[in-house]
Design a protein around this ligand. Sequence first.
Ligand code: SF4
Ligand code: SF4
Length: 307
Amino acid sequence: MVKAEDIIRIALNVGFHACGVSQAKRLDYLESVYFNWLHNQYHATMGYMERNVDLRLDPTKLVPGAKSVISVLLSYNTGDVPVNIHSPRIARYACRVDYHSLMKQMLWEMLSRMRKSYGEITGRAFVDSAPVMEREWAVRAGLGWIGKNSNLINRSLGSYVFIGGLIVDIEIEPTIHMERNGCGTCTRCMDACPSKAIVAPGTVDARKCISYLTIESKQVIDDDGVSNLKGWCFGCDICQEVCPWNSKAVKVDGVGQKTHVFNGVTAAELANLSESEFNRKFGNTPLVRAGYEKIMRAINLISREKG
Ligand code: SF4
Ligand code: SF4
């Protein structure tokens, strides 16, 4: 059996900030929780969450013969993106190149180094792309716990982390140390959420969440809806900003290529960007997920409300 410490060393050498390993098996204990969550419509219009539930619960269905799930974290708590406290605000993860392609490249590099050491390996990388419960696997691998704000919280890195991993068909010693839940009696995130979207510890109702409304929702934001955005035009970091684990989280060196950020750009300047200028400046960032029209509409409504 491959030693976990050797895999962790490869992950850290590739540039990840943390890594852990779990045995690949069906997450039976999550089935009822997940169906309950769907039943309550907390996934709003994200219909893809209803599909491939069995694949979501069972990594051995995604990779036949899978033996291990390797989880990795990449912190984006770099300090190279100044936090913009003035609206229109953007979630800090979106103020840089899209992390999906960066993480995928790093994961493939990891797999290639593993193949050099251990021979042929069948594996699949996941970064928010395959139907995989990344946070659950990260918890099982001992990389943190699910906070009341529903984010994975790592004791040293906090929650400003991207999560990904590899499902592979080789047996790796699991990192069996499970992290104790560090939320304790704290309820800061639940208290601070302006839309009361955290309906129970660890459960977010996407229908109320600003992050969903500004990114995933296809619903057109109207004059009434803009007050719910609280100045955010893409994503929302409030429930992470108030978390004490993020105040003491270690800062890391840059993540990938730096890119233009909204900070220091006024709402008026943003509102004046043409679609081609927007795409030129932000085409390689997560902002394109919401798209020009949706972001501009939010900015214009926010500016009007402020004015
Ligand atoms: S992202 Fe914002 S709206 Fe969504 S749960 Fe957190 S604080 Fe609430
Ligand atoms: S703010 Fe408090 S309750 Fe919320 S995730 Fe952080 S530690 Fe947990």
